[in-house]
Design a protein around this ligand. Structure first.
Ligand code: HGY
Ligand code: MN
Ligand code: MN
Length: 413
């Protein structure tokens, strides 16, 4: 049976991982449609062309390459993920899924193997949502769940829109993404597989994700002359919100997770009571009912704390991705491949959002996890053992071949 070229995959991941590198040991940053992201996209497109693929681009900048199969009319079996990163990111989040899928194509090319259905390798725009929201923007648009105007109008902290950034980077096209099935290889980004000593994670589903951007509006005043009872302190309210959100997650239980990742008091001066404080809320829950009720509780908590401190507030929900479960037919396919490949494996849900969360709405979808050492991710310490990378790519190769139907094994080169 053919196998991926481990060395070539490692080199590709390392080369992509160099793009956007910060200070030594501080990871890399390729925020969506930034110059660094553009560099990563350029490298990916060059690799797609070198692999002889037809390169496609859609109106939100999703990039995918198609390798024809014998059945030219069939929709491709697609595999991919994302190349954009959070700040100070690890090398594997997203890039592993894109470049392992590319390695599958390169391996089939090496062996002159033709498949029945076409194959495709995709890199979706703005999976992370670190610069523009919603996150998973590209796959949401590809699945027909995000209208183009809302996507193009999304604005970053510097009032640059996605439309402007696409213009600037030249990554906007008119192709329409189609797939008969979608597979995504990804690092787990959590502690389970590594703790359990498992090679492969077969992902049952992905938890719901809700994001809000909010602002508490109080009154700037002098830190020395203003008695406590006269204050309208927006940062104090936001700090209380952080603690209360953590308590809410604990009370809801069932592994609910809430995070305030961004908190900005203004004018941000040591001796001025902050006039306003803006913040973000990230709320996650795998159970649909708890997800819905939890979101309501988050919103009433924000209002209750505003009232207590005599503040006005604004709260804008920017992400509302429902929890999903992958079709058992796809989960069982990946299980079969992992078992036949002699891998140890276990089923688990995904704590992180992925493009598969929306590709699932377009076609039968499955995810393959490999262990994250120490469960670390979204940080420079993110790491995965190279033998786990190889195992994951090998399971991806065989799963794609099973879905695309192997026509014949070529003579090989
Ligand atoms: O936020 C997430 O779960 C993903 O990394 N975008
Ligand atoms: Mn990711
Ligand atoms: Mn991520």
């Amino acid at each position: 049976m053919i196998a991926i070229n481990s060395e070539r995959l490692k080199r590709s991941l390392e080369e992509m991982g160099e793009i956007g590198l910060n200070d030594p040991g501080a990871g890399r940053t390729r925020l969506t449609l930034s110059q660094e992201d553009r560099e990563g996209r350029n490298l990916f497109v060059r690799w797609l062309e070198e692999a002889g693929l037809q390169v496609c681009l859609d109106p939100v900048g999703n990039i995918w390459g198609i390798r024809q199969g014998r059945d030219m009319k069939a929709k491709p079996v697609m595999a991919g993920s994302h190349l954009d990163t959070v700040k100070n990111a690890g090398m594997f989040d997203g890039a592993l899924g894109v470049l392992a899928a590319l390695e599958v194509i390169r391996t089939l090319n090496d062996h002159g193997i033709r498949t029945e259905k076409p194959l495709a390798v995709a890199a979706f725009t703005n999976e992370e949502g670190a610069r523009f929201q919603p996150d998973m923007m590209g796959s949401m648009f590809a699945a027909g769940l995000l209208d183009l105007e809302r996507a193009l109008g999304s604005m970053d902290d510097d009032h640059v829109t996605v439309g402007m950034a696409l213009e600037e980077t030249g990554y906007s096209g008119n192709d329409r993404l189609e797939a008969s099935a979608y597979l995504e290889l990804h690092v787990e980004q959590g502690p389970v597989l590594h703790r359990e000593g498992m090679d492969i994670g077969i992902v049952q589903g992905i938890q719901g994700i809700a994001w809000w951007y909010g602002t508490y509006k109080g009154e700037a005043n002098h830190a020395g002359t203003t008695p406590l009872e006269y204050r309208k302190d927006s940062l104090l309210a936001a700090a209380e919100l952080c603690c209360e959100l953590r308590k809410l997650a604990e009370e809801l239980g069932n592994d609910t997770r809430s995070t305030v990742g961004r908190l900005h008091p203004l004018p941000d001066v040591v001796n001025v009571i902050p006039a306003e404080t803006w913040f973000t809320i990230d709320f996650r829950q795998y159970d649909k009912k708890l997800f819905e009720s939890g979101k309501e509780k988050v919103e009433s908590l924000v209002a209750k704390i505003a009232e207590k401190h005599g503040l006005d507030f604004q709260l804008e929900q920017r992400v509302d991705a429902l929890p999903i479960r992958f079709p058992l037919s796809m989960v069982h396919l990946v299980e079969r491949v992992a078992r036949k490949s002699g891998c140890s494996y276990m089923n688990l849900p995904s704590g992180a959002g992925h493009d598969a969360q929306f590709m699932h709405r377009l076609c039968p979808t499955a995810m393959i996890f490999v262990p994250s050492i120490g469960g670390r991710s979204h940080c420079p310490e993110e790491s995965t053992d190279w033998k786990d990378v190889d195992r994951g790519a090998d399971v991806l190769l065989k799963s794609m071949l099973e879905l695309a139907g192997l026509v014949y094994e070529g003579t090989g080169v």
